[in-house]
Design a protein around this ligand. Structure first.
Ligand SMILES: Cc1ncc(C[n+]2csc(CCOP(=O)(O)OP(=O)(O)O)c2C)c(N)n1
Ligand code: SF4
Ligand SMILES: [Mg+2]
Length: 348
């Protein structure tokens, strides 16, 4: 008698009919336990749950262990692993060539705050629609663990070397320069990072997320301020974050008095349940002040510090046509002979 045929249950799918497998990437080559791997996992989950078509995503990165990580999620998306610190130019070019792409930049603290700081600051002031993630371990992991510009004052390397320069707070910088969705999370805080990424996907404008992501090989020892232990002891979440996408009908009761609700551009709702004193995430000055205060207290403040869903994006400022520039026909983008003759005539 033959074996009874068993039917394999169909995989669970999202609202566009894709399974979570459709969002996976290649097998990671990063060290086991590296925070960057956990961030890739959260990106996969968030993209799957938000029902983003993988082919609409452009993954952009610079150079570093962090910048390698786009290879480990969403193989079906477009990808450009660029030059150290130069991802913002590539991101800007990609978005301007095709405004319908969902640009996801993944960078490191060295890539963004050291060699790439010039490109980083100009990206932040343009409000280009891009999700920019810094996988922040305070060191140059790929080149064996030298301090980066986000390393805290007094943090210690394995060799005993102490960092004697103050850190750049990329969140405070991004807020000051004009990014419109700015937050900090921790690769070990699954729930918070997951909600923040989903909200980031809904946002229209520059999202800058600094995600503390311990380097288990070079910066996870006693004396490091970017280790798992330090983060567990010093993380101070500003809010309990809940995100309700526009396509989700079901709603839960929430305590309006204790919750700040931000309506995103697409109608989604970002609910921030206050854990501390009144905090208004739409107030830029307050956001920078809270960040400065947290440094003085040696706390690592996490959460959504600033959000402005209404600000015009770089696409609005440039008044770009809806059709992607990359697909406009030559007859539209190239002035005809008469137009050129007219210009020449004007210059006579
Ligand atoms: C122009 C240039 N300068 C220096 C390097 C060497 N380099 C490669 S990765 C890296 C630092 C990476 O650090 P980070 O961005 O923090 O990424 P991590 O590896 O820590 O994730 C450096 C200095 C390079 N590849 N190109
Ligand atoms: S060296 Fe550090 S940053 Fe690079 S993969 Fe290993 S743990 Fe991650
Ligand atoms: Mg690094």
């Amino acid at each position: 008698m033959g074996a009874t045929p068993t039917s394999t249950p169909a995989p669970k799918t999202n609202r566009i009919g894709l399974a979570v497998l459709d969002y996976k990437g290649g097998k990671t080559t990063l060290c086991a336990g590296c925070g960057h791997n956990a961030i890739s996992e959260r990106i996969i989950d968030a993209m799957y749950e938000m029902g983003v078509q993988p082919e609409r995503v452009a993954k952009l990165s610079g150079i570093g262990c962090s910048s390698k990580s786009p290879a480990y999620f969403m193989s079906r998306a477009h990808s450009f692993n660029s030059v150290h610190g130069r991802m913002p130019s590539v991101a800007t070019g990609s978005v301007l060539a095709n405004r319908h792409l969902l640009a996801l930049g993944v960078s490191g603290d060295g890539d963004s705050a050291s060699i790439g700081i010039g490109q980083f600051v100009h990206l932040m002031r343009r409000n280009l629609p891009v999700i920019y993630i810094i996988e922040d371990n305070g060191v140059y992991g790929l080149t064996k663990g030298q301090f980066s510009a986000t390393a805290d004052l007094g943090s210690k390397l394995k060799t005993g070397v102490i960092n004697d320069l103050p850190p750049i707070d990329t969140c405070a910088l991004a807020i000051e320069l004009g990014a419109t969705f700015v937050g900090r999370s921790f690769s070990g805080d699954k729930k918070q990072l997951h909600s923040m990424l989903k909200a980031a996907i809904s946002h229209r404008g520059t999202v800058m997320l600094d995600v503390v992501s311990p380097c288990v090989t070079f910066n996870d020892h006693e004396g490091s301020t970017k280790s798992y232990k330090y983060m567990k002891d010093h993380e101070e979440p500003l809010q309990d974050i809940n995100f309700v996408p526009a396509f989700e009908e079901i709603d839960v009761e929430y305590d309006a008095g204790a919750t700040v609700e931000v309506t995103m551009h697409d109608g989604s709702r970002l609910r921030l349940r206050k854990l501390e004193e009144d905090y208004d995430p739409t107030n830029r000055i307050e956001a920078v002040k809270r960040l400065m205060e947290s440094h003085e207290r040696n706390e690592v403040l996490t959460g959504v510090f600033y959000v402005n869903p209404q600000a015009p994006t770089f696409i609005d400022v440039l008044n770009l046509v809806d059709q992607p520039l990359a697909t406009l026909p030559e007859s539209v983008v190239r002035p005809g002979k008469e137009a050129l003759d007219r210009v020449m005539e004007e210059l006579r």
